[in-house]
Design a protein around this ligand. Structure first.
Ligand SMILES: Cc1cc2nc3c(=O)[nH]c(=O)nc-3n(C[C@H](O)[C@H](O)[C@H](O)COP(=O)(O)O)c2cc1C
Length: 208
């Protein structure tokens, strides 16, 4: 039985400090930390509370190596880039869906994946959600029955890079600088936040 013990890291801090990490040290992750990540996904909100998701934790180095071959990394980086051999993820959580006629399942996946990545962040791990994946190969590799669909993969490990947020409304593509640091543009708060009516970016009263 896993406890409901809260980590000392503030939720908002974990949300803001989390970045997609694509380079990892090779220090193994304790199994109970991975179980906590899945437990956090298990209790996520679920449309109609249908709870269509299941999870495969992969830590076996041989299976990790095969799974790695099914993943595509950082599509915006040119030339084509994948993590170096000694910087690969040390664990994965594969998200499966039990019922794709459920109109809300993709929202469930997003919320569950968010919980996994924030729990990982609070436990000092880096993570990256991957949807650009070879689902058919993963299905075969992990012996997933046809009644379950492979949806996405979350790569995990201790961080070996520290991406930088750039407040930019004009670009969406992340980039690496001359020192290999990843820069990730995010639209500024003033660009996405409206008060009382669309287009009002300061919290003054609107006239009606
Ligand atoms: C639905 C979804 C699919 C993604 N698929 C991939 C992927 O296949 N490969 C990859 O390297 N990153 C993938 N990412 C990570 C995004 O590139 C990343 O979230 C985005 O660049 C913003 O960076 P941040 O997560 O550090 O804020 C995905 C993220 C999401 C939410």
């Amino acid at each position: 039985m896993l406890s409901n013990q809260c980590d000392s890291m503030n939720v908002y801090d974990a949300i803001c400090s989390r970045r997609s990490i694509r380079r990892f040290t090779q220090q193994p992750i304790a199994l109970d930390v991975l179980q906590r990540c899945v437990n956090a996904a298990r209790v996520a909100p679920s449309g109609g509370n249908l709870q269509p998701l299941e999870y495969i934790v992969v830590t076996d180095p041989v299976v990790c190596a095969s799974l790695f071959e099914t993943l595509s990394w950082a599509a915006y980086l040119q030339p084509k880039w994948t993590p170096e051999d000694q910087k690969r993820p040390t664990a994965y959580i594969v998200i499966l869906v039990r019922e794709t006629k459920n109109p809300y399942y993709q929202r469930d996946v997003g919320l569950a994946a968010g919980n996994i990545m924030l729990t990982a962040e609070a436990d000092g791990l880096g993570s990256c959600m991957l949807c650009n994946i070879n689902k058919q190969k993963i299905q075969e590799l992990l012996a997933v029955p046809t009644s379950r669909i492979v949806d996405s993969v979350i790569a995990l490990g201790f961080k070996a890079e520290h991406p930088v947020v750039e407040e930019r409304a004009d670009v969406v593509k992340y980039w690496r600088d001359d020192y290999e640091a990843l820069h990730v543009p995010k639209r500024p708060l003033t660009d996405v936040l409206h008060f009382n009516e669309y287009g009002t970016h300061t919290p003054k009263r609107t006239k009606r």
